[in-house]
Design a protein around this ligand. Structure first.
Ligand code: ATP
Length: 282
């Protein structure tokens, strides 16, 4: 078992080094999102207890944890969709609770979100869906919004004809791409992706991962990705944070996950499925 573990660590160390060398030339140590001592509870049910997490500019952070651990609660709290009991959330250097309403609106425009299952408005076309945030936050003429929507559609690899389609006319992979285009509508600095590859076949999931990596490289995006997808964690994430026992149990590279002795982390990252992914990558 130890030999197997050492071999996996050595293989991953090489891959991590390659990935780090490929990272865009941004200040990797600029903290774009900082969560300090965050506590969130529903009545007496404490879901997150003094949780700490930093996300650095330009990285793709994979966020994992057992079902029900609180991954969605954390994402929703950071997005101010859920209230917190205590703690501090700082985005792009501004603490949400301390900024004015106007500054908060500006901050909101710098965040993009892709909710699980896409969450597109079914009565709107892809173009209209992408234009929802533009209508909410910007005051632009219709032609400019149409041109911007066209650019976003192209950016996520959808055909131009997709603009006039309704969500019911799209495949699962197209819905994810359309939802990503909407998340990118306002050119955010930080995008939150909730299970972006769930429901996609392995080829579609790998293509989506490649798209995320490409957008990070070309747009300098920072990506916070909640995922259960081991392929994504091994192939596209620069760093991983594991949620457990109401806190971030461990964070770091795949090597750090492989070296971690926590029972859940061990079974997740050194289980049969993880080992087969490491072998496939060779
Ligand atoms: N609005 C809410 N009211 C009460 N309890 C909630 C609410 N939202 C989440 N919870 C509880 O918080 C805990 C964490 O839920 P959460 O959805 O964040 O888990 P998760 O890690 O995202 O799970 P999964 O991987 O299955 O999506 C669960 O016990 C859930 O029942």
């Amino acid at each position: 078992m130890d030999e197997e573990r050492q071999e996996m660590q050595a293989q991953q160390a090489e891959k991590t080094e390659d990935r780090v060398n490929e990272l865009p030339a941004t200040d990797e140590h600029e903290v774009i999102l900082s969560v300090k001592d965050l506590t969130v509870a529903f009545g007496s049910h404490v879901v997150l207890d003094k949780l700490n997490l930093d996300i650095y500019r330009g990285e793709i952070l994979g966020f994992v944890g057992a079902s029900g651990a609180g991954k969605s609660v954390l994402m929703r709290t950071v997005l101010r969709l859920l209230p917190k009991q205590s703690g501090k959330i700082t985005i792009l250097g501004s603490e949400y609770d301390e900024v004015s309403d106007e500054e908060r609106i500006v901050l909101d425009t710098r965040l993009g979100v892709l909710f699980q299952h896409g969450a597109l408005f079914s009565a709107l076309t892809v173009r209209e869906n992408i234009q929802v945030p533009m209508r909410e936050y910007l005051n632009l003429p219709q032609e400019m919004m149409d041109e911007l929507a066209r650019l976003k559609i192209d950016m996520v690899g959808l055909a131009p004809e997709a603009a006039d389609k309704y969500p019911s006319e799209l495949s699962g992979g197209m819905i994810k791409r359309a939802a990503l285009a909407r998340a990118l509508a306002l050119d955010p600095d930080l995008v939150f992706l909730d299970e972006p590859t769930s429901g996609l076949d392995p080829i579609g999931a790998a293509e989506f991962d490649n798209l995320i990596a490409k957008l990070r490289d070309t747009l300098g995006l920072t990506v916070y990705m909640v995922t259960h997808d081991l392929d994504s964690l091994f192939s596209v994430c620069d760093r991983i944070a594991v949620l457990g026992k109401k806190k971030v149990l461990v964070e770091g590279t795949i090597d750090d996950m492989l070296a971690c002795d926590d029972e859940w982390v061990t079974s997740y990252f050194r289980g049969k499925r993880a080992r087969s992914i490491v072998r496939e990558q060779d």
